[in-house]
Design a binder for this molecule. Sequence first.
Ligand SMILES: Nc1ncnc2c1ncn2[C@@H]1O[C@H](COP(=O)(O)OP(=O)(O)O)[C@@H](O)[C@H]1O
Ligand SMILES: [Mg+2]
Length: 251
Amino acid sequence: MDLIEYLRVEKTYNSGSTEVVALAEVSFTVHEGEFVTVVGRSGCGKTTLLKLTAGLLTPTAGTIRVAGAQVRAPLTNVGIVFQSPVLLAWRKTIDNVLLQIEARRLNVKTHRQRAMELLELAGLKGFEEKYPHELSGGMQQRVSISRALIHNPPLLLMDEPFGALDAITRDEMNLELVRIWSEAKKTVLFITHSIPEAVFLGDRVIVMTPRPGKISEIVEIDLPRPRTSAVRDDARFISYVKHIRESLGVR
Ligand SMILES: Nc1ncnc2c1ncn2[C@@H]1O[C@H](COP(=O)(O)OP(=O)(O)O)[C@@H](O)[C@H]1O
Ligand SMILES: [Mg+2]
């Protein structure tokens, strides 16, 4: 089943007298349970695409449907992870995760156990009572992923969530995310400017052209799951990365 459908989606920003066409003619679908990655250069409209999907922006033309319904207002049944973890400094790990529950006026007591389970799933057992400054960057980002999952959304939207991390932590976070995704059975739309990351994570990679962002290619990634570090040495992995690099015109 198609969970997200993009039909000739366009987004033009008006800032003063100048118009910026951020996205043009974007059409593709994301199937339920699929892990789709979007890769493109900075400024090609990736964040715009994510915000349109979440209903935080309205398309200038075209339609986006999520679970069959046109997106017209901010979606509530979705988990969003941004580039920086945006945790509240004065709240403990567990309370940062439960923030999402408070904001939705749900019962905090009954969700506490679920929050503990998610933190364990994210490898943060024992850190529930720590404050953000007591956690590493990678750990903070895992808290924000747990927070995005606490209300059990079927769809996760992630905008370069590991962009600020060092390469080693980033590789580890990719492994963690694949594990969480396969255990939690979500649909993921994951945005990145890293080609290896897009290939490592994705069932399909949507390759975008520079501004105005259009889809230049959709690449099916035929690599075994579960994906482990060994996948990065696989000849097919290397050739997908090379192919997409050429597609993006990276010299
Ligand atoms: N609120 C805005 N007003 C005007 N232009 C914007 C706005 N947001 C983004 N843009 C422009 O739209 C283009 C795409 O931006 P964005 O979606 O953030 O790209 P990416 O996430 O791929 O780096 C860029 O040229 C950017 O400058
Ligand atoms: Mg962006």
